[in-house]
Design a protein around this ligand. Structure first.
Ligand code: SF4
Length: 143
């Protein structure tokens, strides 16, 4: 019988411009989570209450890079994770958030905030607290 104590793989996850559906898919493995937890331990993820990201063996990302905050979060995440895994269409190809960032974005914002019913005199959100959008939604695959 193998009595050696195997070190668990430390795993963190984060969500950039995503919908948390990829995280929900992880929860959807139901009781198999218990088998998984024999092999891994979670660091900071939306599934834990750990506030500070520690050194991890594996980092899993959902969501694309659409704004300056996403870039900041991904840089911190990259610095703490030995292996980075991008899952889901958003992290790999930009996903729905990526399709919203097109050359027509200014026209779309005009239409939504200036012409829509109930928002005819609205303002395009421009608060300094809002993260700056990137010109194009980038894929996490390049990190
Ligand atoms: S790929 Fe994107 S849209 Fe699909 S579940 Fe994941 S985060 Fe949500």
């Amino acid at each position: 019988m193998d009595t050696a104590v195997r070190k668990k793989v430390r795993v963190a996850t984060t969500s950039l411009a995503g919908c948390f559906g990829c995280h929900m898919s992880l929860l959807d493995i139901d009781e198999r989570l218990f088998d998984l937890l024999e092999l891994i331990e979670f660091d900071r993820t939306p599934l834990t209450d750990i506030k500070v990201l520690g050194k991890c063996d594996v980092g899993i990302i959902e969501g694309g890079l659409c704004n300056a905050e996403n870039v900041h979060v991904l840089r911190e995440f990259r610095s703490q994770c030995n292996i980075l895994i991008a899952i889901g269409a958003c992290a790999i190809n930009g996903g729905p958030a990526g399709t919203a960032q097109s050359p027509e974005l200014p026209l779309i914002l005009e239409e939504v905030y200036h012409s829509s019913v109930g928002l005819a005199n609205g303002l395009i959100p421009n608060d300094p607290e809002l993260p700056l959008p990137l010109a194009r939604c980038a894929r996490c695959m390049r990190w």
